[in-house]
Ligand binder design. Structure first.
Ligand code: TRP
Length: 465
């Protein structure tokens, strides 16, 4: 069945505009800050392989599902889910999926903004020549000084939130398009410059072995869950960000092609980040398991040694902040679109509300790095709890329900119509992946992590023997 709805928020000017905005959303701190440090924490190669499999088998099909739902519903994820569920003869309670996404968005942005604030702070530190000739100890010291100062962190977090809210208030389509078009390639070139440096360090081969030679003995189920959560996070899936961007997508564009393009671009940036950071880690005897501070401790050493370091360093952290900014916008867009639709608010007012909520939540992360670093729940700080809850629980669950809805509850005719890849092999592959593979993968990994799978197999054994 063909439905004709238009979005009250307008449309992207072209297919390219959507690809740029969605890539802007996907490429961010997840690729450059998080991917290297969780790879380091989880032992390298085998983890990277699982991550790549998750991108291809779970990420891309679910991204297609999200874009498809968004474009068909043409509203904020909450209203899209309600409209589509009703239209396909299911409970309007499916809108809860949209609500869960809005909550995930607030939670993720609250700490995302604090980390992005650190990237902003590093622009100033790099430009001022602070990194020139520094040792490993100096680099750690520079980071510690920032991390232990709640007022500084708060100031940068506030600045980043303000920047994000300005764009969101003006509407994501004006401005964002042009900016991504030039700055994304800029970031890529910067990564290649850094790759040149990394190759000259003498530890490049060791880093490549670490990243690409899988050692499965190092792999735990928790690591598999982390890899899966990262696949959702890095592609901006599981909370409606891509759904809301899909709702601005003009009718006849290929969802399959665009999704693959976005996933490839995103994966390239993440792998490049790993290839840049690990040589620096190994040659300087740094710990691969340093955690969230890894990128901030390694790259300054590189900028401190290379020709034109202050310039390249400042430029790099500027581009990283920019990449974080285009991602942050998409984390808050589902909430803002809903406030505009249901409460008739202006975008500006909605943006201020959403920003205020996120800003307050962010205080928890700011403090968890210093004054509250000893305050823990299940052995995790405030930031640690948010990180685990959003990446390892909320995004995979969101993705699971999106897959189930798109593949099991939407009629075949609706999805064929929306995907417009014909009824052939491509469509069948997609449907098979979202029907069976993606949901099963999420469920199995959850069961293992919760320790329930051994229990279930015992029950089966008991029944059948
Ligand atoms: N993908 C972004 C990154 O890698 C973060 C992001 C933006 C995101 N929007 C999202 C993550 C929606 C999950 C859901 O930095």
């Amino acid at each position: 069945m063909t439905v004709r709805r238009t979005s009250m928020h307008g449309e992207w000017s072209s297919r390219m505009a959507f690809i740029l905005a969605a890539t802007g959303s996907a490429v961010g701190l997840g690729n450059i800050w998080r991917f290297p440090y969780i790879t380091g924490e989880n032992g390298g190669g085998a983890f990277v392989l699982v991550y790549l499999l998750c991108i291809a088998l779970i990420g891309v099909p679910i991204m297609m599902a999200e874009v498809l739902l968004g474009r068909r519903g043409r509203q904020s994820p909450i209203n899209t889910m309600r409209t589509l569920a009703t239209e396909e003869g299911h409970s309007p309670l499916w809108q809860l999926l949209g609500w869960a996404g809005v909550i995930s968005g607030f939670l993720i942005l609250s700490f995302y903004s604090v980390i992005a604030g650190q990237a902003l702070a590093y622009i100033v530190r790099a430009a001022g020549g602070l990194f020139t000739g520094i040792t490993v100890a100096d680099s750690k010291q520079i980071y510690a000084a920032l991390e232990s100062d709640p007022e500084r962190l708060l100031a940068w977090h506030t600045l980043f939130m303000a920047m994000t809210m300005v764009v969101v208030a003006r509407g994501v389509k004006s401005g964002l398009e042009q900016a991504v078009r030039f700055l994304m390639p800029g970031l890529l070139i910067m990564m290649l410059v850094l790759l040149g440096y990394a190759m000259s360090t003498g530890a490049f081969a060791q880093a490549m072995r670490f990243l690409f030679r899988p050692d499965f003995t190092a792999l735990t189920w928790n690591a598999v869950l982390t890899a899966m959560g990262q696949a959702f996070f890095t592609l901006s899936l599981g909370m409606g960000a891509i759904m809301v961007y899909g709702s601005y997508l003009p009718k006849r564009t290929s969802i399959a092609q665009t999704s693959i393009t976005i996933a490839v671009a995103d994966t390239m940036v993440a792998l490049l980040a790993g290839m840049v950071i690990f040589p620096i880690v190994f040659i300087n005897g740094l710990e691969p398991t340093a955690g969230p501070s890894l990128v901030f401790k390694t790259l300054p050493i590189a900028f401190g040694q290379m020709w034109g370091g202050p310039f390249f360093g400042a430029l790099f952290f500027l581009l990283l902040s920019f990449a974080a900014w285009t991602s942050a916008i998409s984390l808050i867009e589902p909430a803002v679109a809903w406030m505009v639709e249901n409460h008739g608010m202006s975008r500006a007012k909605a943006a201020v509300w959403a920003g205020a909520i996120t800003w307050v939540l962010g205080l928890g992360t700011v403090l968890s790095f210093n004054l509250w670093s000893e305050v823990t729940l299940f052995g995790k700080t405030f930031f640690g709890v948010l990180d685990y809850l959003t990446f390892n629980v909320m995004l995979p669950l969101g993705g699971l329900f999106i897959a189930v809805f798109a593949a099991w509850l939407m009629s075949r005719r609706s999805t064929v119509d929306e995907l417009a890849i014909g009824d052939g092999l491509g469509y069948e592959t997609w449907r098979f992946l979202v029907r069976f593979i993606s949901p099963a993968a999420v469920i199995i990994v959850f069961l293992y992590v919760l320790g329930l799978l051994p229990l279930i197999s015992k029950v089966f054994e008991a029944i059948f023997t």
